[in-house]
Design a protein around this ligand. Structure first.
Ligand code: PXP
Length: 244
């Protein structure tokens, strides 16, 4: 079955806007679990703009679902991941000035560095994932360095959909489809995420090699109107319908 990882970063964004203890990301994670999420994703950014170190401590201590820790390939983040040994670690590119993770990681251009960086994480038992675009060179490099998983960046596909650029969206979807097939043929588990909504999730959920979707911003946004549990259940329904 296609898994749903719920990214709770923006629960922390709302909390941090006022410096209060609420809304609590761990409480959101528990609601996500009750609503049928298969995992929780949290991105500990270098500038701690949303998820904090204390949030990661609380999630590791209080969560029953597997935690997917997203992080940049820095020595500080490596130390944190090795201390916690989360179920999964997803390596993402990070720029301080960006609003969100804008592009995929350049694995092909940093192969030796990333191979060294992920080796201790793999030894510690975390499933290591690379957040990349669908270019074959990036997928092949991820396989060569020993990553278990690639997460394909769906942001451009979602942006083209929102902008009504259907030809560009279809070309991007074709790239994602080919990328998912290539990654699976190389023995990589395939995940996908970024920017997905009820409207855009279907074609991605329908890609047969995709084992997991990670979705955050839209679910937290939708929860303002419907509640988090209802938003997650509806996303699950959209995913399951596309898989059928
Ligand atoms: N996957 C990765 C690797 C991400 O960095 C993000 C955003 O933090 C997501 C998935 C989820 O994206 P969104 O919040 O747009 O659903």
């Amino acid at each position: 079955m296609l898994r749903l990882g719920v990214n709770i970063d923006h629960v922390a964004t709302i909390r941090n806007a006022r410096g209060t203890p609420w809304p609590d990301p761990l409480r959101a994670a528990r609601i996500a679990e009750e609503a049928g999420a298969d995992g929780i994703t949290a991105h500990l950014r270098e500038d701690r703009r949303h998820i904090s170190d204390a949030d990661i401590d609380a999630l590791m201590a209080g969560l029953r679902l597997p935690l997917n820790l997203e992080m940049a390939a820095t020595p500080e983040m490596q130390r944190i991941a090795l201390r916690h040994r989360p179920h999964a670690v997803c390596i993402v590119p990070e720029k301080r000035e960006e609003r969100t993770t804008e592009g995929g990681l350049d694995v092909a251009g940093n192969e030796a560095m990333l191979a060294d960086f992920i080796a201790p994480l793999r030894e510690a038992g975390s499933r290591v994932s690379m957040f990349i675009g669908h270019e074959p060179a990036q997928i092949e490099a991820a396989a060569r360095i020993g990553a278990a998983v690639v997460e394909l960046h769906t942001g451009a596909y979602c942006d083209y959909d929102t902008e009504g650029r259907s030809e560009d969206r279809d070309a991007e979807l074709a790239g994602l489809r080919a990328g998912a097939a290539l990654a699976a043929s190389l023995g990589l588990e395939v995940h996908a995420g970024h920017g997905l909504t009820f409207d855009t999730v279907g074609p991605i959920a329908a890609l047969p090699q995709v084992a997991e979707l990670n979705i955050g911003h839209f679910l937290i946004a939708e929860s303002v109107f419907t509640g988090l549990g209802a938003a997650i259940r509806e996303m699950r329904r959209c995913m399951d319908e596309a898989r059928r």
